[in-house]
Write a protein that binds this ligand. Structure first.
Ligand code: G3H
Ligand code: 13P
Ligand code: NA
Ligand code: ZN
Length: 328
């Protein structure tokens, strides 16, 4: 059954678990997530970005979501818009059956320029005013994602500011977070606390203190009823880098967010954990492997099936690690 983010994360808060939000662009990814949810008896958040909507078209996404809910009637599914850049983007997602939308007003509509307070509160409140009338949940974002290490905004795919950011922008201020939630009434709040989007998060092996846990803790203490969202939560596993590079890929060595750090976040109020890069890497590794071991192969199913299975395995591992497993 389709449920809202509010319903799902209220349950997660009550039972002390986190819920991974996996991105999809196509049928293979949707089926991989659902197979993982079924295997582990987990509720899931399936999210689609503006890029996914452009790639697959809203009608296709809508029917895919209807289809997975029909196939897996026993799995609670929240269908979420990832990084909506304007109220109109959120409204059209709702029209396509999304039960939750992110209005990311931390950046202006171009998705690059850090926005000021009035802009962020304004667009976010416009969305909550409308969405809540229809029982749809809203995620907002306060603070700008980027690397604390270098001060640089997200470099590759994903969404984040371009160029150098101050440490001030890179960590959400707890007092501002309280004001923001009071003014906008968001159900969930994405905060900046040390993660960034994409594969290239850290240039060194993180020493275990890479997330600003005190910031998460403080915001959670002041806003116990607002569910915290951690973007840029891929772990960028070494074995997935190795498979890609073993079969012709050229990914420079990089580090992501260790799963144990995310588990600490969940203990401190993080409820929604956004993961896309890990699944992209899991699929790409298998596609490279099959094609390089079988250069004569041209049936897409021959590489998409192992790709799906690799994504399912990644999703199962996260659902288990975040204690989502068994909560369906
Ligand atoms: O935050 C970004 C997600 O990984 C989606 O990326 O905009 O390339 O679809 P995308
Ligand atoms: P990753 O790039 O770390 O997977 O983050 C995805 C994300 O935050 C989507 O909103
Ligand atoms: Na989101
Ligand atoms: Zn994100």
């Amino acid at each position: 059954a389709r449920i809202t983010l509010r319903q799902l994360l209220d349950h997660a808060a009550e039972h002390d678990y986190g819920v991974p939000a996996f991105n999809i662009n196509n049928m293979e990814q949707a089926l991989a997530i659902m197979a993982a949810a079924d295997q582990t008896d987990s509720p899931v958040i399936i999210q689609a970005s503006r890029g996914a909507r452009a790639y697959a078209q809203d009608v296709m996404l809508k029917h895919m979501m209807d289809a997975v809910c029909e196939i897996y009637t026993h799995i609670p599914v929240c269908v979420h818009l990832d990084h909506g850049n304007a109220p109109a983007t959120c409204m059209t997602a709702i029209q396509s059956g999304f039960t939750s939308v992110m209005m990311d007003g931390s950046l202006e509509a171009d998705g690059k320029t850090p926005a000021d307070w009035a802009y962020n509160v304004g667009v976010t409140k416009t969305v909550t005013d409308m969405a809540h009338l229809g029982g749809i949940s809203v995620e907002g974002e306060l603070g700008v994602l980027g690397s604390l290490e270098t001060g640089m905004g997200d470099k590759e795919d994903g969404h984040g500011a371009e160029g150098k950011l101050s440490q001030d922008q890179l960590l959400t201020d707890p007092e501002e977070a309280v004001k923001f939630v009071q003014e906008t009434k968001v159900d969930a709040l994405a905060i900046a606390m040390g993660t960034s989007h994409g594969a290239y998060k850290f240039t060194r092996q993180p020493d275990g203190d890479i997330l600003a846990m005190h910031v998460i803790e403080e915001i959670h203490r002041r806003l116990p009823d607002t569910h915290l969202v951690m973007h840029g939560s891929s772990s960028v596993p070494q074995d997935l880098q190795d498979i890609i590079n073993q079969y012709g890929g050229e990914m420079p060595q990089t580090w992501g967010v260790p799963v144990e750090e995310i588990q600490r976040g969940i203990k401190n109020g993080v409820r929604k954990i956004n993961i896309d890069t890990d699944n992209r890497m899991a699929m790409t590794g298998q596609i490279r492997k099959v094609l390089s071991e079988n250069p004569g192969e041209f049936d897409p199913r021959k590489y998409l099936k192992p790709a799906r299975e690799a994504m399912q395995k990644l999703c199962v591992a996260r659902l288990e690690a975040f204690n989502t497993a068994g909560q369906a």
